[in-house]
Design a protein around this ligand. Structure first.
Ligand SMILES: Nc1ncnc2c1ncn2[C@@H]1O[C@H](COP(=O)(O)OP(=O)(O)OP(=O)(O)O)[C@@H](O)[C@H]1O
Ligand SMILES: [Mg+2]
Length: 490
């Protein structure tokens, strides 16, 4: 067999090229087709013949060659999905008489990815997923502070979208008052978890809107050899934990309060019972002596003093019994506006109230409250007396009632214009026997009694006060269940 000529060899080489090989005119017409396209009838502009497009494709290598007269690469025209991206186009110019005459476009299938490359791609994707889905905010920044990793949790904590952060956030912006310098100082020192590491550093960071967010920060410097190339921080949001901690402390305090009240109540009830009988005897026999014996006036006066004191003791014992719920209660729906009006009527005549302006704002639509009316009288009496005593008989007392239909409750507010309650006193006012009054003037039982009464009625008693601006006591009680819309009351 005769040896094939060079021309024929070249032709065969072109024809057996497995991908398409095209010679394209500057107006994109296909002038010749070889390789995988040999024999097919490709006519007209390449974008139309190959891809059914009316315009040349975006970023196409042929276009680039026409524009620059230099070789160019591009993904295969028109199809940029994952599979076809693997086919590339290499194009180079053909010159004739120093003029760009045509462009040769070769489709090339790159060698399949090696196993190692594939594994690397997968583990990169896995790491990316790991960072994106981490519960803590993850932020990495290069040496200039430009953010290079910013995950979804970070977006939630800091209020920037991932795209915004990657495009324009400087990592220094998330720390208040130059705190990032302190973070970097600690990172570089060996004392906070080793050189280049920072463990469990409590900081406050800045949300985009300027609010400060408590964070537990773990961070590290990324080194290449000995050179610092980046920093990475893991931001654990502490807001929820702090909220729960506060809630727990509050519950603990309430429990302690309830426990204190209960044990004190038992003690008081025991003492009260023991005192009740001898007190009854003292009162009875003093009265008998006063009635049955002709006594000199001075002796009568002394005995009357004994009687008065014994009766005062009995009243105190009664209060103690009330406080410990040893007396029987009669729970009925009652109009609390009426109870307040009655208490005010009784108190108004006392000299302590003569220079006090009383402002009553009673809601005429106040629904009835299931309550023991004696205890309600007691409650209002204590709160109003305290207010008058705090104002030392001079000022304005405001008593208001309001229906809170949404909550199924009524709210009673008793406000004064007295000196208010200092913050260090406020946490103690409901404790039994806590008083700031001079000895002999106050027992410190008034508010603990009031607290117990409101609690027994399924309500809450709170005090608000700013020193120098008076005090307001707020009672909230559940509305009587037969009243419309009260199904939520306790
Ligand atoms: N309206 C108020 N303004 C300022 N301080 C108040 C007010 N009400 C109560 N307090 C403070 O709370 C303390 C406790 O009040 P509480 O009624 O329990 O006892 P008391 O008034 O001192 O004594 P008692 O009521 O047994 O006579 C008071 O001593 C006072 O310091
Ligand atoms: Mg009092």
């Amino acid at each position: 067999m005769a040896d094939p000529g060079r021309g024929e060899l070249l032709l065969r080489a072109v024809e057996s090229y497995p991908q398409r090989m095209l010679v394209i005119a500057p107006d994109f017409r296909i002038l010749a087709a070889g390789g995988g396209a040999a024999g097919s009838s490709l006519e007209g502009p390449c974008h139309e013949a190959l891809f059914g497009r009316s315009e040349p494709c975006e970023g196409c290598a042929v276009r680039q060659v026409l524009a620059t007269a230099a070789p160019a690469w591009s993904p295969r025209c028109g199809e940029l999905d994952e599979a076809s991206e693997r086919i590339c186009v290499y194009a180079y110019p053909l010159f004739g008489d120093g003029r760009l005459e045509a462009v040769v476009a070769l489709e090339i299938e790159p060698a399949p990815r090696s196993l190692l490359e594939e594994q690397l791609r997968r583990s990169n994707a896995f790491l990316r997923n790991l960072i994106t889905s981490a519960v803590d905010g993850v932020i990495a920044a290069d040496r200039k502070g430009r953010v290079i990793i910013f995950n979804d949790a970070a977006a939630e904590i800091f209020g920037y979208t991932v795209e915004e952060a990657l495009a324009s956030l400087d990592v220094r912006q998330i720390y208040p008052d130059g705190l990032e310098r302190e973070v970097m100082r600690q990172l570089r020192s060996p004392d906070h978890g080793g050189r280049g590491k920072l463990r469990s550093f409590p900081v406050e960071v800045l949300h985009r809107d300027g609010t400060r967010i408590p964070i537990n920060l773990n961070a590290a410097i990324v080194y290449e050899g000995d050179r610092e190339v980046a920093t990475i921080g893991f931001f654990h949001d502490l807001r929820e934990r702090l909220r729960m901690q506060k809630e727990l402390e509050k519950t603990q305090l309430q429990l302690l309060q309830a426990e204190k009240m209960a044990s004190l109540g038992k003690l008081a009830a025991g003492v009260a019972h023991q005192l009740n009988n001898p007190l009854g005897g003292i009162i009875l026999f003093t009265k008998l002596i006063l009635e049955e014996y002709p006594l000199p006036e001075a002796a009568r006066e002394d005995l009357n003093r004994v009687l008065n004191d014994a009766q005062r003791c009995r009243d105190t014992v009664k209060e103690l019994l009330e406080f410990t719920r040893q007396t029987r209660h009669l729970m009925r729906p009652h109009d609390l506006n009426q109870a307040i009006a009655r208490t005010l009527f009784l108190l108004k005549s006392q000299s302590l109230f003569h220079n006090i302006e009383i402002d009553t704002r009673l809601d005429p639509g106040l629904p009835p409250v299931t309550s023991d009316i004696q205890q309600m009288n007691h409650l209002f009496m204590n709160l109003i007396l305290n207010a008058a005593q705090a104002m030392e008989g001079n000022g304005r007392l405001t008593v208001s009632t309001r229906h809170l239909p949404e909550a199924g409750r009524v709210r009673i507010e008793i406000a004064d214009t007295g000196p208010g309650i200092p913050p260090e006193v406020l946490p103690h006012i409901f404790e039994p026997f806590f008083t700031t009054k001079p000895e002999g003037e106050g027992t410190g039982l008034g508010l603990s009694l009031a607290y117990g009464i409101v609690q027994n009625h399924g309500g809450v008693l709170t005090a608000v006060s700013e020193p120098g601006r008076g005090a307001t006591f707020v009672v909230e009680l559940p509305v009587h269940p037969s009243h419309g819309g009260d199904s939520r009351s306790e």
